[in-house]
Design a protein around this ligand. Structure first.
Ligand code: DP6
Length: 395
């Protein structure tokens, strides 16, 4: 049996992918830009084993066996094997033989799926990266990750990433590339406000399909995006926070406007999301400077960008306006060590400037994180599969 274990990050788009030009190949209607988040806080881990003794391909996700017949998983495996065969043509070694063995896949996230954070991007990026390591494939794998979930292709790189929509019908030029590594902008920070909500919302695959079919506004959005994409790329390269945050907020607002323009309409934002938006604008207005930017995916959770020096001040407000009703020491998670270091007395705000009442218990928790690196291969002692290729039982 041969086994590899890898980890991969979550990414959050600042220019959103919303709409496909090809549903089967998962080709987007527009190019998108994202920030890869640090794996210390959010990551998928996947082990893939191949053995001549396995009877069939199998997959376990977060402890549960799932059907391997999911077409997206099948496409990913098929594409990886096709690439491996091409690269190993004429090579009669064990690597080529391994391609005929059945595989076992075991994957888990280090964050609750219930958090409503894009787990499929990290999951598919991790699966493709692990298969690449197992079969020792060279070259771009983002086009293969894209076949699992569009946004997954951006999680194959760390830092700041652009997914080029591409022009070709076969999608071979619809790939993601790194704009800058995560170390490029060392004081950029991210707060994820996980909203307390039971409701299940329309999935992104289905949502973007109906928007593509019915929204006039989306057509205009697609026309105007190349300009914005170029501007935000430049803002990232220049570490120009104001331009970066403004474009991020406007693009999120525009994507959600297209969702409302969908027929029947789709709304992902809730009263809590809208209050977060209000708080950010109020805060920026108070300081007459863009200090915080927000973006929302296909759900109510807010992803906020800000600089390290402003985190304490803004967090103080968040805790005041979205308090947990009971004392909760896990309310703020992630890189809390850094928060201790930067704690200061001047984080107190004049609350009278913010004309609204607190919304008790509206947030589940807050994750404090930052941009981070791409997928990594992990040492074999971190394998999720045991010597028989079955999920390892944790004591
Ligand atoms: C709102 O990548 O989940 O998060 O390609 O159908 O799997 P499929 O969709 P998915 O869509 C992500 C949509 C988004 C915006 C983004 O990440 O760019």
């Amino acid at each position: 049996m041969q086994c590899v274990t890898c980890s991969a990050p979550v990414n959050i788009a600042v220019i959103k992918y919303w709409g496909k030009r090809d549903e089967t190949l998962i080709l987007p209607a527009n190019s998108s830009v994202s920030v890869t988040l640090h794996q210390d806080q959010l990551q998928a881990q996947t082990s893939v084993a191949a053995s001549c003794h396995f009877e069939k391909d199998r997959i376990w996700l977060n402890g549960q066996e799932q059907s391997i017949d999911n077409p997206r998983i099948q496409n990913v495996i098929k594409e990886i094997k096709r690439r491996a065969r091409k690269q190993k043509a004429g090579n009669r070694d064990n690597a080529a033989e391994k391609l005929n063995w059945k595989i076992h896949i075991c994957s888990k996230n280090n964050f609750p799926t219930a958090a409503g954070l894009a787990s499929s991007a990290a999951g598919y990026a991790c699966l493709v990266y692990a298969l690449q390591c197992l079969y020792q494939i060279d070259g771009d794998i983002t086009a293969i990750a894209r076949r699992g979930s569009g946004s997954a292709c951006r999680s194959v790189h760390g830092g700041f990433v652009m997914w080029d929509k591409g022009q070709k019908h076969d999608g071979t030029d619809s790939i993601a590339r790194q704009i800058q590594p995560h170390t490029h902008w060392s004081d950029l920070r991210v707060l994820i406000l996980v909203v307390n909500e039971q409701k299940k919302h329309t999935g992104s695959t289905e949502g973007m399909q109906v928007t593509m079919e019915t929204s006039e506004l989306l057509k205009e959005r697609i026309q105007s995006l190349p300009n914005k994409t170029e501007q935000i790329t430049q803002a990232i390269c220049d570490r120009d926070f104001k331009t970066f945050a403004e474009i991020t907020m406007k693009d999120s607002n525009q994507m959600h406007a297209c969702c409302l323009d969908t027929y029947p309409p789709i709304s992902y934002l809730t009263d809590v999301s809208r209050r977060i938006i209000q708080l950010v604008h109020c805060f920026n207005r108070k300081y007459q400077e863009v200090k915080v930017g927000y973006t929302f995916d296909a759900g109510p959770n807010a992803c906020l960008f800000l600089l390290k020096k402003d985190v304490q001040k803004f967090l103080h407000l968040v805790k005041h306006f979205f308090p947990p009703t009971r004392e909760d020491k896990d309310f703020i998670r992630g890189n809390t060590a850094e928060l201790m270091e930067t704690e200061s007395d001047d984080s107190e705000e004049d609350l009278s400037y913010f004309p609204f009442d607190p919304m008790d218990d509206s947030l589940k928790y807050i994750i404090y994180t930052m941009p981070g690196p791409g997928p990594q291969e992990l040492p074999s002692d971190q394998s999720l599969l045991d010597e028989d290729g079955l999920p390892r039982k944790r004591s």
